[in-house]
Design a protein around this ligand. Structure first.
Ligand SMILES: NC(=O)c1ccc[n+]([C@@H]2O[C@H](COP(=O)([O-])OP(=O)(O)OC[C@H]3O[C@@H](n4cnc5c(N)ncnc54)[C@H](OP(=O)(O)O)[C@@H]3O)[C@@H](O)[C@H]2O)c1
Length: 323
């Protein structure tokens, strides 16, 4: 079978589209025909082994998984003799932020791996574009007190995380303003975003209103810029460490600050995120934002470079088999 392989951590050039043996399954494993993955910022981190701390989990000094990929949506085509949770022919999706080895035509996984059924008639493309961004968005929202009707600002409406955060918040009855590129203003306004700021031309810090929380899903702003937008007890939460890892320090020592706090949650509990995204998709409250660029696995080097550039739209899909 074909797969995207690397032998060591490194830049895009260390990645190869090559023939590898099709995996064989053990008694508790599933054989999955992979329909699609995303090439996400998580995958870019796993390719380069950065931040270095990641290598403690993904393998040191060389990556444990030679095949790239942290998510997938596909069909179970075979099961081991002791599998009890899944059956042949079922459509599933899954994610692991330390790598799954899923950027390949086929994937063998334990039935206990982070996998869920794709709900209803949803396509593989829809399912796979809900996971990575959905998981990090849910982790950013977990420390926040969210009251129905309160208002939250999401910076990065067209990122995988930001686009997921907006929809999760809307599904919980939270009012949302967002910051992103002008081209997606109408897209978000018909989906319930109230005020939309073009990040290249408008300064959202000039907003007259105050927010219950500010979610910086692209990590491009910082607490001291956003603090004046926060209501009393409001929280600034970012997907990036910030200058000199300030978001980490401020989240630890924030109790000294008179107004506004910083949260920098460590992402965890992938199974809970998968279940929540499955439920949101199933109830029609989530639709992954998909980058219009079509990628053939042979072009994966340039696709990784594009994903790492910080300019993709939502989820960049890599298709192995057609739906
Ligand atoms: N904490 C974690 O565990 C974790 C996990 C995964 C990712 N991350 C980080 O989270 C960040 C977001 O990742 P992602 O995959 O969601 O994003 P992404 O897809 O890389 O976001 C790109 C989008 O953001 C837009 N954008 C760029 N600068 C902006 C700004 N100043 N304001 C608003 N929008 C802006 C870009 O618009 P244009 O089209 O105009 O370029 C582009 O559409 C990355 O920095 C990533 O490293 C953190």
């Amino acid at each position: 079978m074909k797969a995207l392989v690397r032998k060591k951590y490194g830049p895009y050039d260390s990645l190869h589209w090559m023939e590898v043996p099709k995996p064989e399954i053990g008694p508790k494993e599933l054989l999955i025909k992979v329909h699609c993955n995303t090439i996400s910022r998580t995958d870019c981190g796993l390719l380069e082994g950065k931040p270095y701390l990641l290598r403690f989990f993904s393998g040191w000094p060389r990556p444990r998984k030679k095949i790239l990929g942290s998510d997938f949506a596909g069909e179970i085509i075979d099961i081991g003799s002791e599998v009890s949770k899944f059956r042949r022919g079922e459509k599933v999706f899954g994610f692991n932020d330390i790598g799954l080895g899923s950027q390949a035509e086929y994937l063998a996984l334990s039935e206990d791996a982070p996998i869920e059924h794709i709900p209803g008639q949803h396509s593989y493309r829809e399912a796979v574009s809900s996971i990575e961004g959905g998981h990090y968005a849910l982790n950013m929202l977990r420390p926040l007190k969210l009251q129905k009707g309160s208002k939250v600002l999401v910076i990065g409406a067209t990122g995988a995380i930001g686009s997921a955060a907006i929809q999760i918040l809307r599904a919980r009855g939270i009012r949302v303003d967002a910051v992103g590129p002008e081209a997606y203003r109408d897209y978000w306004q018909v989906r319930g975003v109230e005020s939309y700021w073009d990040y290249k031309k408008q300064d959202f810090c000039k907003a007259k209103r105050k927010y219950a929380h500010v979610i910086d899903a692209v990590g491009k702003s910082h607490f001291f810029k956003c603090r004046k937008l926060l209501l009393q007890n409001g929280v600034y939460v970012s997907s990036e460490l910030g200058p000199f890892a300030s978001n980490v320090w401020l989240s630890w020592f924030g109790f000294f600050m008179p107004k506004g706090k910083v949260a920098f949650p460590i992402p965890k509990n992938i199974p809970a995120s998968l279940k929540e995204m499955q439920s949101l998709m199933g109830s029609g409250k989530f639709e992954g934002l998909i980058d219009p660029t079509k990628i053939n696995p042979r072009q994966a080097k340039s696709a990784y470079q594009y994903a790492g550039s910080g300019t993709k739209i939502g989820n960049l899909l890599l298709e192995w088999h057609q739906d």
